[in-house]
Each structure stands twice: as C-alpha cells, then as structure tokens.
Design a protein around this ligand. Structure first.
Ligand code: ACM
Length: 497
C-alpha cells in the first residue's frame, strides 16, 4: 500500500470510528403520546448502539413485524439494523422481550436501566406498542444527526389501552391520496397506537375502490369535472379530477396495515352519499333514472341517493359487500348511513309501495330494511367472511329492531346522546364526536391555519382533555367499544393542504 493510500485508509477509518462513536444524549424527558398508564423515571440511562442485540424469548404471531418495525427505526438512527438472537441467554446491554401472560393483548411493560431494556408483553402487539413508546423516547437529534450511540432515559412504564377500538377515519371521496400517502398516514396512526384505520372509500364526489362486478363505478364514478368542491364562494374549476384504488393497491395497503397491527374498516357509504355510484349505474341505482346523473361537484349532502326499493340495487350492495369481504380480512365493514335524505324515496312509487309493505310510515325505515337484507346476506357467509356492520348514528332515527343489536353505531352528531341510545338498545358504540374529534376543523385561530371545515376550532388540548366515558352510566359502559377521530377532505386537496 502506498503512503498516500495508507493515509486515506487512516482518515476514513478515523471518520467512521468517530461517526460510530458519537453520543446523542437524552434530555431525560419522557413525553409519550398517548400518555402511558404509568411512568416512573429513574436515574441514569441506557446507551443504544449498533452492537445492542434484540432477544425475543418467545414466539408469537406478528413478532417478526414488531421486530422489523424497530429495525427500520434503527436503520434510520444508527444506520444499521440490530442483530436479532431469539432465545439467546439474556445478556446485559441488550433489548430482551419476555412473555407475561397476565398482560392484556395490547399491553406492555418496559423497564430501562443502564444494563439493558426489557419489554414484557403477552403478544407481539404488546411488543410493537412498547417499541412505539421507545421510538418516542429517542432524542430528536437521533433522527437528524449521524450518531453511533443514543441515550435512552432509565424508567419503568406500564401501559395498556383503555379501549379495544382506537380508530381514525380518512375520507378518500372528496379528495384521493396516493398509496404512499395512505401508508404514511398508517405509520402515523401506528405511532399513536391507533389500531383501526377506517377507510372512507365512497362519496357523492367519487367512488374510490375497484369493484370487479361493477367496472363503471371506477370508469365513471371515480371521476368528476372539478378538483375543488363548490361551496360558498368556491366554484368548481372545470379540472377533471379523480382516481381509485385497484385490487393491487388495496392488497398492498391491507398488508402494510396488518404489519403495523392495524385493522382496516372499509366504508362504502350507502344508500346516501352515493351520487357517484348512482351516476355510474343510474338505470338501477337512481330513483329517477330518466334524469341525468353526474358525479357531484359540490360539498354538502346530495339528495341523489340509491333507490333502496329496486331489487337490483339491493343485489348491487350485496355484490359490493362480497368483494369487500374478499379484499379486507378484518372484523368490520362500515356501511355509512349518515345524512341520507329521503326526499327522492318519498316521490318514488316503488319506495312508497315498499314502505307500505314493511308497515311503516317513516321513510328512514326503508334504509333500515335495506341494511337488514345486507346483514342477512353476510350472516349466510362462512365463518371467515363474517363481518360486524358499523353505521353512523343517524340510523337510530329509524326503527332499528329489524337490524337486531349485533351492530355497531358510530356516534358523531349529538354523539353523547346517540351513543347512549345505541348502548341502551344493546348495540356496540364507538364515540366519534365532531367536537372535538373532527380534525379537519381549524386547530387554532392563527391566520396561518389552512382553510378548514366548519367554524369550530378543535385544539389538540381539547382533544386531549376530552374524556369519552364522562357521564356514561355504569350499566352501559361495557357497550362502549372505543373512540375514533375523523378527517374529512373537502378542504384538503393534497398532503400539503
Ligand atoms: C359525518 O360526519 N357525516 C359522519
């Protein structure tokens, strides 16, 4: 080796050594969102470095996903993955994952001191959430500076979710987002230990999911003649806009969510909020097929709802559900049910006749009758295709008896009262109050706030201070499955807005 080369090798190895060795200190703060059940700060810290190993001492479904998540973080902050040595004798300086069957499915305990980190969980899901907590404990500088050693403050954390259902809804109908943007959102949800991604896939303004049996839903229904949605002083801009998720896209997103311990709740909002579907197949979905039907260009609630008295419309809904159950291997399907004007049914002779036939005078009961047939259709499926149906709380305005009690109500408008009504009818309840859980509203009064829906201001503080179970009668509490935040996209044209 020439002297020049020797010098170069020396300089490179010195630089590498310095990079590997640079210490990123902790500021000692343990700020985790959502706040864990119990946090005890202790003296000192653990130093995470590239020689730290991960030692899982039990096998569980999904453990590889939990480990892969952590190693992605390590790649980011240390420039390399940690070695995983399952079952290795627990050694000092490592991250050990032990099983504790007394903990709930998503619970974990985390103990960090200078000799190592120990995660206790009963499932891989618990370990995954412990890793999410650990990620939030890394100093910010770990993500921005190249460092070889990272301090994590010594502490003990005990954590378990209050609710089984922790959801977030993302509206694709008003504006559609790329597969990558959806995945980015899923990452953010996982980081906050949210375990349900409610994917709002259809609207008056666009049908966003490929349904093989009904290709016009995406040939026609996924496209409209304006990017922006008319409202107030905003006029449609004449720009052709749209898109949809193919089967392949859906598969990719389903896998991505599963790897992050998130279940997808797909929503097709029927029979209201369905103008895009009606525009695709007016011959059997419209109450007035003789008139022209287009994908909607406006914000608000369209009166152009599905004709629930047409047997072909009922068959359409069953076929769509069949394809949803194939695509989404999870426990729930959401059929919408909010803001469904009955004016077109009231003027349609088939709807008038059907209302008589079911012995009611309340047109809302036609909606219930429609859902009843869909629920019965699902009930005939094999066990792996059974799904629990979720509806927005307006369905409670009808006689819900034909639907039985084995459904879930998502309470958004007059949420506390609606949830109480659902629970007292024996139904499952998910609280999703528009105040303060609609995060498409303004989050401050600063002039820099983007345009947003509604006039309310929903601050992070208000969201954090909302106590879902406050005032809920003890005997109804077991009906409350969880909570959900919603993100409607009328004013959100892309990820930057
Ligand atoms: C809703 O906000 N229309 C559920």
């Amino acid at each position: 080796m020439s002297a020049k080369r020797t010098l170069l090798a020396f300089v490179i190895s010195t630089i590498l050594f310095a990079a590997c060795g640079k210490l990123i200190p902790t500021d000692g703060r343990i700020d985790i969102i959502p706040l864990p059940g119990k946090v005890t700060s202790n003296e000192g810290h653990f130093v995470l470095k590239s020689s730290t190993k991960i030692i899982p001492t039990f096998e569980a479904e999904g453990m590889q996903n939990a480990l892969a998540f952590w190693n992605d973080v390590m790649l980011d902050v240390l420039g390399q993955e940690l070695i995983v040595e399952p079952g290795a004798k627990s050694q000092s300086g490592n991250i050990t994952i032990v099983q504790d069957g007394t903990l709930g499915a998503e619970a974990y305990r985390l103990k960090i001191d200078k000799s190592g980190m120990q995660i206790a969980a009963s499932t891989a899901g618990g370990a995954f959430y412990a890793f999410q907590t650990l990620r939030q404990m890394l100093p910010t500088a770990a993500f921005t500076e190249a460092g070889g050693r990272i301090e994590i403050p010594a502490c003990e954390i005990e954590d378990a979710p209050h609710f089984e259902y922790r959801g977030f809804m993302f509206d694709m109908g008003r504006h559609i987002f790329s597969v990558q943007e959806v995945k980015d959102m899923i990452d953010i949800l996982a980081m906050h230990k949210i375990n349900k991604f409610h994917w709002h896939l259809t609207e008056d303004q666009g049908w966003r999911i490929e349904i093989k049996k009904y290709p016009k839903l995406t040939e026609v229904g996924a496209w409209r003649d304006s990017k922006v949605l008319g409202w107030g002083d905003v006029k449609p801009d004449g720009q052709r806009y749209g898109g949809y998720y193919t089967r392949k896209d859906v598969k990719e997103i389903v896998e991505y969510a599963k790897e992050r311990f998130i279940e997808i709740v797909p929503e097709v909002d029927i029979p209201g909020h369905s103008q895009a579907a009606v525009a695709s197949y007016p011959e059997f979905l419209a109450c007035d097929p003789e008139n022209k039907h287009e994908v909607w260009l406006w914000q608000g609630v369209s009166p152009d709802v599905i004709n629930v008295a047409n047997p072909k419309a009922v068959q359409f809904a069953k076929d769509v559900i069949d394809e949803l159950t194939e695509m989404f291997p999870f426990g729930y399907i959401h059929l919408g049910g909010d803001e469904c004007p009955t004016s077109k049914w009231e003027r349609n002779s088939d709807c008038q006749a059907l209302l008589k036939e079911i012995g009611s005078t309340n047109y809302r009961d036609l909606q219930i009758h429609f859902y009843k047939q869909l629920k019965e259709h699902i009930a005939q499926k094999p066990a792996d295709k059974q799904r629990k149906l979720i509806f927005w709380n307006e369905v409670l305005h009808g006689n819900t008896e034909p639907l039985g009690t084995d459904i879930a109500i998502m309470a958004w408008i007059g949420a506390d009262r609606a949830a109480e009504v659902a629970a007292s009818r024996g139904m499952t309840t998910i609280l999703s109050p528009q105040i303060p859980y609609y995060i498409n509203r303004r989050q401050s009064n600063l002039p820099t706030e983007p345009r947003s829906q509604g006039h309310g201001t929903e601050t992070v503080e208000a969201v954090y201070n909302y106590i879902p179970m406050k005032g809920v009668a003890e005997k109804l509490q077991k009906q409350y499955l969880g909570v959900q935040a919603n993100f409607w996209t009328e004013w959100v044209e892309d990820a930057s807005t």
